[in-house]
Design a protein around this ligand. Sequence first.
Ligand SMILES: Cc1ncc(COP(=O)(O)O)c(C=O)c1O
Length: 364
Amino acid sequence: MSIESLKSLFRPELDELSAYRVPPAPPAVKLDANESPFPLPPEARARIAAALHATELRRYPDGRARELREALARGLGGSQDEYVLGTGSDELIALLATAMSQPRTGAQRPVVVFPDPTFVMYRMTSRAHGWEPVGVPLDGAWDLDADGMADALGRTNPNIVYYASPNNPTGNCFSRDKIERLVDTFPGTLHIIDEAYGAYSGQSFATFAEERPHCALMGTLSKVGFAGIRVGWVRIHEALSQELEKVRQPFNLNTVSQVIATLALTDLAPFLENGITSIVAERERLATELTAYEALQCFPSDANFLLVQYTGDVPELCAALLDRAIAVRQFLTGDSRLRSCIRITIGTPEENQRLVGALSDILG
Ligand SMILES: Cc1ncc(COP(=O)(O)O)c(C=O)c1O
């Protein structure tokens, strides 16, 4: 069989997608992926080393990740059985696309709605699973267009709607009352509020979602210091978590990740809190520093990054920063409003200073 005939067996939707690319060698100052910039202090590393030393690696992981789900329920509320775990929330988006893919009566394909621009994986993953993604443009302040969203929900009757709040890449939380109204107006859809950056906003929909079986919360450890262990979760009504469990690979979360994630949510929580507090303070400081440059306009942020509009040539600016070993994120595709923007993850005070120094060098 020729390679062409094998390629013809791949889903046609894949033609319009590209694989996620990361730069080959990370530069010295990496401000492009919304990770935490702070290494764990030695005491925290020692706790992890001791826990791993006592861990049995010869066996398969605990397929139910009981200790980790217990830590989540204790820390974030709800019962253990409401938590479905994934290798990052990326995997949960894929699990939801696999499990909830029954088209509505009369529809050809299942539909997912999200505001646009937002986290790209809602679109990419649903496309790769044969769903129809429907993006509703955010308004001029990067807030939800509540009427546009209501119109899309009413018209398409989606299986799922995602709201990342704080939103990536815009950084802001959406108006709470708009989300609440949409959730309450459309009880036949699963509304997922993605709180990946919630630690930096001090806001959560936990109490609201608890009272609404059709509202679920997504979370991750990736943005608060543990991107390397790939642990995310969705907290969802038990009747739905049971269905998702049927498509989850039983050992998706390896033992090392389970052990470290459990520690992160318990004994190491104070270290994480310190990091979060420092990043919020640095975010405000960096935003103020950037106002010195006429060519830059910083949008308000509730997350661990800033979206900054630049009046000059964005690829040139990013290249000039990269020449100084500083990586920030630019947007070459997607919402045209982002073409004139860069996204800067908040770094350590030293990294942020280096960025400011480089900008003053480049912009004068
Ligand atoms: C809004 C949002 N949700 C989820 C994720 C994915 O997180 P994870 O690392 O847990 O897969 C990201 C990552 O950038 C994100 O921005």
